[in-house]
Design a protein around this ligand. Structure first.
Ligand code: SF4
Ligand code: SF4
Ligand code: SF4
Length: 301
């Protein structure tokens, strides 16, 4: 990927030198070799910090929210999942397309920095750090869906195994088994809200979970309030989740959050589709659960 790193730096320098953008969001190396973190680049000199390597796993689109109230024109490098996040923000009226210059990079799949850190630590129970990260092993859209220019070449989907296989295993359970499964899962949540903070689809200015008057969800960490949190969040992102897997990756207790997200992705497609969120930028497009059609399925009522 050395070639791509050179191209990324060249593009950034050109855009900044021509004043096409005020700043650029990309990736730079962190303190360890298995960390490639967000880089905010404002000058041609700084552009030499940029990289594109196998650890550029962060979805950069979320960071656009830090600039939503400004006027700066922003250049942003996007993989497949980042680009869907950008479409999400534009569709949700959180960011204007005109303020963005999007540089797409078809994604070869990323490695898991935590697995790499573990492998590097010498601790027992060394996980697989050579293969793709969990989120990338389920990726069907590695190519940017929106861009002003494109670097690199098109990639095939990285999906390993059958799509939605995990969801189908949960669907095959009895309702009592499913209850047990999710009760065990939600009881481990510490309500740190990292999954919400990292999520590009969680872009409301005022989140229901922060409201105190009225307080919709209790602050205590207990099964009932945890359950409420996860079900409400899942319904808020239903039809809007761009399947970037960042929520699951950010979770400090390793909850399999993508199970719930993918169940909703599958259901929204089957009930209201064919539909997958944010695969193309269309003026006025709305996710299925944001509009009402007289022929919407309602046999669950
Ligand atoms: S989810 Fe897809 S686009 Fe995103 S980092 Fe993984 S392989 Fe790349
Ligand atoms: S990141 Fe994990 S522990 Fe934190 S609120 Fe989300 S599910 Fe719970
Ligand atoms: S719910 Fe998770 S997978 Fe979906 S958009 Fe948010 S962070 Fe990405």
């Amino acid at each position: 990927m050395k070639e791509l790193t050179s191209q990324v730096r060249e593009v950034a320098k050109r855009l900044l030198a021509n004043q096409k953008v005020d700043l650029i969001l990309g990736w730079e190396k962190g303190a360890q070799p298995f960390r490639s973190n967000l880089a905010v680049i404002r000058s041609t000199e700084e552009a030499d910090r940029l990289v594109f390597d196998e650890f550029c796993i962060n979805n950069l689109s979320t960071y656009l929210l830090d600039y939503r109230d400004g006027h700066e024109k922003i250049g942003i490098f996007v993989k497949g999942c980042d680009s869907r996040g950008v479409v999400r923000l534009i569709e949700d009226n959180q960011f204007a397309r005109e303020r963005l210059y999007i540089i797409g990079i078809p994604c070869p799949g990323m490695k898991d920095p935590v697995a790499a850190a573990w492998a590097d630590s010498g601790l027992a129970g060394k996980p697989d750090s050579e293969g793709l990260a969990a989120k990338c092993r389920q990726c069907v859209h590695p190519n940017p869906v929106v861009f002003d220019e494109l670097l690199g070449s098109e990639q095939a989907p990285h999906l390993e195994g059958e799509r939605f296989a995990d969801v189908k295993r949960i669907e095959a359970m009895t309702s009592a088994e499913r209850y047990e499964f999710f009760a065990e899962m939600f009881s481990r949540c510490i309500r740190c809200y990292a999954c919400r903070q990292i999520c590009v689809a969680c872009n409301c200015r005022k989140c229901i979970f922060d409201e105190t008057r009225p307080q919709w969800v209790g602050r205590e960490v207990n099964l009932a309030d945890n359950w409420m949190y996860h079900v409400v969040r899942a319904m808020h992102i239903a039809g809007r989740c761009v399947e970037c897997g960042e929520c699951e990756r950010a979770c400090p207790v390793g909850l399999p959050l993508m199970l719930l997200n993918r169940k909703l992705i599958k259901d929204v497609n089957e009930l209201f589709g064919p539909y997958e969120a944010s695969l193309k930028l269309e003026e006025g497009a709305k996710p299925p659960l944001s509009v009402y059609r007289p022929d919407d399925p309602d046999n669950f009522l």
